[in-house]
Design a protein around this ligand. Structure first.
Ligand SMILES: CC(C)(COP(=O)(O)OP(=O)(O)OC[C@H]1O[C@@H](n2cnc3c(N)ncnc32)[C@H](O)[C@@H]1OP(=O)(O)O)[C@@H](O)C(=O)NCCC(=O)NCCS
Length: 343
């Protein structure tokens, strides 16, 4: 069965004065008011032009209303259509995939509205017969990347020189949200068996983020996954093939901590060897070897907002004494207790 199935009812959801609902011809004027903004069209496909005219809005609204199934909707705030969200359904062998797109007028940005809309719309479309919802984002579009991450999408890769926008050739970043959890804790890059073969044969490179607060406490999370499951461990993760170190550091800070970190602020503290007798999949006789590059930073505020992830069950700040003495602090993290923290 496909999304075109008649069970699909149009999206109509509210949260306070926010609403996602079918477009209405009466929306045209407010769509132009909020959408006629070069900063918005700069991040979208050319089918959302700049200037964005009444004719453009009228054509889009008519198209969206007539489409069956209906997959493009208005985002309404205080009774006014201030943006849009919707899906392009892919065909042929990709018919299990939908691509999400969205925009919101600048007057309403920064209030969590897009995150709410992306979460809800994704749930709605996933309830139909789709395996995957994806998004393609310009790498300069930090707010949209953040929205996708907060809504549970995972960065999957970069399409090099894949598009042209306003005369410039650009890379696109691909984010995906799958119906089933990924084979490897949130990675989605390699089938589980391939990753297991890799772990069995080669060291992995990873980054540990040593985040200190002003009270000289270190941020640790309760690890959910092997190896190191059930232990307090600093945030961090693997560097991916082809991923530059600074890009990996930024991604990990975003994924694990929900913060944007300037790599220049993350001070090198050394290279560490983390050897484990077991592995992510619990396969008998396979050890894990990480070469860990540790970088430290100090946060002014002690409240990072870790997004919903699958690596940690909660975060704590631990002082150096606890780091040394608490048995559930993993020895690899305990080793950081005696290192100086950046100013
Ligand atoms: C992307 C867009 C829909 C976001 O709308 P929004 O309602 O402001 O989004 P939210 O408020 O839900 O979340 C924005 C997040 O981005 C963060 N953000 C904003 N500017 C940022 C920046 N320059 N760097 C890093 N993060 C930034 C915000 O802090 C917030 O994250 P937080 O909740 O962790 O603080 C809106 O900016 C837009 O319409 N942009 C133009 C069109 C577009 O890019 N569409 C998506 C194409 S893929």
């Amino acid at each position: 069965m496909s999304i075109a199935d008649d069970r699909s009812s149009p999206l109509d959801l509210r949260r306070g004065t926010w609403r996602i609902r079918p477009f209405d011809p009466a929306d045209v004027a407010s769509l132009v008011r909020h959408g006629n903004d070069p900063a918005i069209s700069a991040m979208l496909r050319d089918r959302f032009p700049s200037p964005y005219t009444e004719e453009d809005a009228r054509t889009w609204v008519a198209h969206a209303i007539a489409a069956r199934p209906m997959t493009h909707f208005a985002i309404e705030v205080d009774g006014e259509a201030v943006g849009g969200i919707g899906f392009d359904l892919r065909g042929d062998i990709h018919r299990v995939t939908a691509e999400i797109g969205y925009w919101l007028g600048t007057a309403c940005q920064g209030r969590g509205i897009a995150t709410w809309a992306v979460r809800e719309a994704t749930e709605w479309v996933r309830a139909l017969d789709l395996e995957r919802v994806e998004a393609e984002v310009f790498e300069t579009n930090a707010p949209s990347i953040r929205v996708l991450e907060k809504a549970g999408y995972v960065f999957e890769g970069r399409l090099g020189r894949a598009a042209i926008k306003r005369g410039a050739i650009v890379d696109l970043l691909v984010f995906g949200r799958l119906r089933e959890p990924r084979a490897i804790g949130g990675e989605g890059l390699l089938p589980r068996e391939d990753f297991a073969a890799l772990v069995a044969r080669t060291p992995l490179v990873s980054i540990d983020l040593l985040v200190w607060n002003e009270r000289d406490e270190l941020l640790v999370g309760m690890r959910r996954n092997r190896p190191a499951r059930g232990c307090w461990f600093v945030p961090g993760g693997r560097v991916r093939k082809g991923e530059r170190f600074d890009v990996a550091l930024r991604r990990l800070a975003r994924e694990e901590l929900g913060i944007d970190v300037d790599p220049a602020r993350a001070v090198p503290v050394g290279v560490f060897e983390h050897l484990y007798d077991d592995n992510f999949a619990g396969i008998e006789g396979v050890s894990t070897h990480y070469v860990v590059i540790a970088r430290a930073l100090r946060l002014a505020a002690d409240e990072p907002r870790p997004p919903e992830g699958d690596q940690h069950d909660g975060y704590r700040w631990l002082d150096r004494r606890v780091l040394r003495e608490e048995p559930r602090v993993h020895p690899h993290t305990r080793a950081y207790a005696d290192l100086p923290a950046p100013r």
